[in-house]
Design a protein around this ligand. Structure first.
Ligand SMILES: *[C@@H]1O[C@H](CO)[C@@H](O)[C@H](O)[C@H]1NC(C)=O
Ligand SMILES: *[C@@H]1O[C@H](CO)[C@@H](O)[C@H](O)[C@H]1NC(C)=O
Ligand SMILES: *[C@@H]1O[C@H](CO)[C@@H](O)[C@H](O)[C@H]1NC(C)=O
Ligand SMILES: *[C@@H]1O[C@H](CO)[C@@H](O)[C@H](O)[C@H]1NC(C)=O
Ligand SMILES: *[C@@H]1O[C@H](CO)[C@@H](O)[C@H](O)[C@H]1NC(C)=O
Ligand SMILES: *[C@@H]1O[C@H](CO)[C@@H](O)[C@H](O)[C@H]1NC(C)=O
Length: 442
C-alpha cells in the first residue's frame, strides 16, 4: 500500500515543487540559446523516464486465470512467406507500416497480473480501444504473432534479462503478459525499490530478469522518490554498472537498451577525474554533450559483451520516441491521437535521431567484432516503428480514472511509456521472429 501511494505521488510531481519550478525556469533561461535542442528534451525527460515505481498488484482472484486461453492462437499463413523472404534477405523487419488487424490482443488487464498501474490504460479508464487493433507489417514480408507456447518450449532451462530503464521494464511486462497465456510467472525476487525483478515460469524453468540500469554504466544518482535531484548525476564513462555485468554470464539472452537518461544533467568522470559535463551551467566545466557520453557508454557496453567469453545472445534496442504535442511533459503536453501515423506522417526528433545514430554506429562496430569472437549481437531497431504510434501511450490514463470527479481535470500526461496491451507488444513479436527465423533457437 505504501509503495502504491508513493508511486502515485511520484512521477511528474516536479510541478508541485515550487522551488523546482523556479530552478527550472532559471535553467530554461540560461540554456535558451546554446543547447536549445538538447536541453528542452533533457528537461522533458527530467522526471518522466523513471520516477515511476512499479506498483504491481500482486494479488488477483485465482478465478481470473481460468478464463485465460490455453491454446496457442491460430497460426497465420503469413509465416511461410516470411521465412522465405527473410532467408532471401529481402526483408527488413523494421521498415513497414501499421495495418489494421481485427484480432484481439493476447492479454487484457484481467488475464495479465503484471501490468504496472501507470501503463494499465484499460483499467485506468482509457475510453478508446482502436489502438489495440493494429499489426506491424514489415515491407516485403510479414511478421507472425508471438507464439508463447513455442517460445516457452524453446526457452526451457534458459534465462533472459532485460537491462535498462523504465522502458525496458515496460517491455518485460509486455513479454510477461504475452507468456501469461501459457503460464503465469512467479516473482522470485525484487529489489527494495521494485526496479529490478526476477520471475520464474516454473513448469518451463524459464527465468526472466529485469535489471534497473538506466545508464548501463556506473552512475551516482541523487534523486529522491519524487524524481527531484539534490545533486547532479555523477557518470563514470569508463566503468560499467556492475549490477548487470556481474550477472551477465548467467543469461542466455539479454535485451539491452540505453537512452533517455543520458539527456539529464550529469558530471562526467573518466579515470577518476572530472572531464566535463552535460548541461551544468555555472560549474565551469566543459560541456561535452550527451552524445559524447552515450558513445562512450555504448562502446564500453559493446566491448564487454563482445569480450565476455560467454555466448549470451545480445539484443540492443534503439531509443524509444515520445509523442508529447502542444507542450512538453511539464507544460501540459498531451498525446490524444487515436490512430497510427502513416510512414511520412511524422519526423523523428533531432534528439532521437542523434541517439539512434549513435546506437547504429556503435552497434555496427561491435557486430563486426562480435562475429570474430563468436558472439551474436542483434539490433532491435524499434525507434521508427514506435514513432508511428502516437496513439499507444497512456496519456492522461497513467493514473486511475483521472476524470472520474472532474471531466476537465488537468492531468499529467505520459506520452513516453506504452499502454499494455499496446504497440510495445510488437517489440516482442520482433524478438520472437528474430530468434526463430534468425535460426538462433530452433
Ligand atoms: C505469399 O507470397 C505470394 C507470392 O509472393 C503471394 O502471392 C501471397 O499473397 C503471399 N501470401 C501471404 C499470406 O502474404
Ligand atoms: C479491465 O478493464 C475494463 C475496461 O476495459 C474494466 O471494466 C475492468 O474493471 C478492468 N479489470 C481489472 C481487473 O482491472
Ligand atoms: C532441463 O534441465 C533438466 C534438469 O537439469 C534436464 O533434465 C532437462 O533435460 C533440461 N531440458 C532441456 C530442454 O534442456
Ligand atoms: C533449470 O535450469 C537451470 C539452468 O538454467 C538448471 O541448472 C536447472 O537444473 C534446471 N532445473 C530444473 C528443475 O530443471
Ligand atoms: C574555470 O576553469 C579554468 C580552468 O580550470 C580556470 O582557469 C578558471 O579560473 C575557472 N574560472 C572560474 C570562474 O572559476
Ligand atoms: C519531415 O521533414 C521533411 C524535410 O524536412 C519535411 O518536408 C516534411 O514536411 C516533414 N514532415 C512532417 C510530417 O513534419
Amino acid at each position: 500500500m505504501v509503495k502504491e501511494m508513493r508511486s502515485d505521488l511520484n512521477p511528474f510531481s516536479l510541478l508541485k515543487h515550487n522551488n523546482v519550478i523556479i530552478k527550472f525556469a532559471v535553467s530554461v533561461l540560461l540554456v535558451g540559446l546554446a543547447f536549445r535542442l538538447l536541453i528542452s528534451d533533457s528537461f522533458r525527460f527530467y522526471s518522466v523516464v523513471e520516477t515511476s515505481l512499479p506498483a504491481n498488484e500482486e494479488t488477483k482472484p485465482e478465478s481470473l486465470m481460468a478464463s485465460m486461453p490455453a491454446e496457442e492462437p491460430a497460426s497465420n499463413d503469413f509465416e511461410a512467406n516470411k521465412s522465405r523472404t527473410s532467408q532471401s534477405g529481402k526483408c527488413d523487419l523494421f521498415t513497414g507500416e501499421w495495418v489494421p488487424d481485427p484480432s484481439d490482443p493476447f492479454y487484457t488487464n484481467q488475464s495479465c497480473l503484471q501490468i504496472e498501474g501507470h501503463q494499465n490504460c484499460m483499467k485506468n479508464g482509457r475510453p478508446d480501444s482502436g489502438y489495440l487493433y493494429w499489426r506491424w507489417s514489415p515491407s516485403g514480408c510479414s511478421l507472425p504473432r508471438f507464439k508463447p507456447k513455442k517460445f516457452l518450449q524453446l526457452m526451457r532451462n534458459k534465462s533472459w534479462a532485460f537491462i535498462g530503464d523504465s522502458i525496458s521494464r515496460n517491455h518485460v511486462q509486455s513479454l510477461l503478459c504475452i507468456l501469461s497465456q501459457v503460464e503465469q510467472a512467479v516473482e522470485t525476487y525484487h529489489d527494495e525499490e521494485y526496479r529490478s525483478k526476477i520471475w520464474l515460469f516454473p513448469t518451463h524453468n524459464f527465468t526472466l530478469t529485469v535489471i534497473w540500469s538506466p545508464f548501463l554504466i556506473k552512475a551516482d544518482v541523487f534523486e529522491d522518490m519524487n524524481g527531484v535531484s539534490s545533486s547532479e548525476i555523477q557518470l563514470h564513462l569508463d566503468e560499467l554498472d556492475k549490477k548487470w555485468t556481474d550477472q551477465y554470464r548467467s543469461f542466455d539472452c539479454a535485451i539491452i537498451a540505453g537512452g533517455k537518461w543520458f539527456l539529464k544533467t550529469a558530471i562526467y568522470h573518466e579515470n577518476n577525474v572530472v572531464t566535463g559535463c552535460h548541461y551544468c551551467p555555472g560549474k565551469n566545466l566543459t560541456e561535452l554533450g550527451f552524445d559524447y557520453a552515450y558513445h562512450k557508454a555504448l562502446q564500453l557496453v559493446f566491448n564487454f559483451i563482445t569480450n565476455s567469453g560467454h555466448n549470451t545472445l545480445a539484443f540492443i534496442r534503439t531509443t524509444t520516441p515520445d509523442h508529447f504535442e502542444n507542450g512538453e511533459w511539464f507544460s501540459g503536453g498531451t498525446c490524444n491521437r487515436k490512430v497510427p501515423f502513416k510512414e511520412d506522417g511524422v519526423n523523428m526528433t533531432d534528439v532521437d535521431t542523434i541517439m539512434r545514430n549513435i546506437e547504429l554506429e556503435e552497434f555496427a562496430k561491435a557486430a563486426a567484432l562480435g562475429l570474430e569472437n563468436g558472439v551474436v549481437l542483434k539490433l532491435l531497431d524499434t525507434t521508427r516503428l514506435s514513432l508511428l504510434r502516437p496513439d499507444g501511450h497512456p496519456g492522461p490514463y497513467r493514473q486511475f480514472q483521472p476524470f472520474a470527479e472532474d471531466k476537465k481535470a488537468k492531468v499529467q500526461n505520459d506520452c513516453l511509456h506504452w499502454c499494455l496491451p499496446g504497440p510495445i507488444d510488437s517489440w516482442n513479436d520482433l524478438v520472437m521472429e528474430m530468434i526463430v527465423n534468425g535460426g538462433i533457437y530452433q
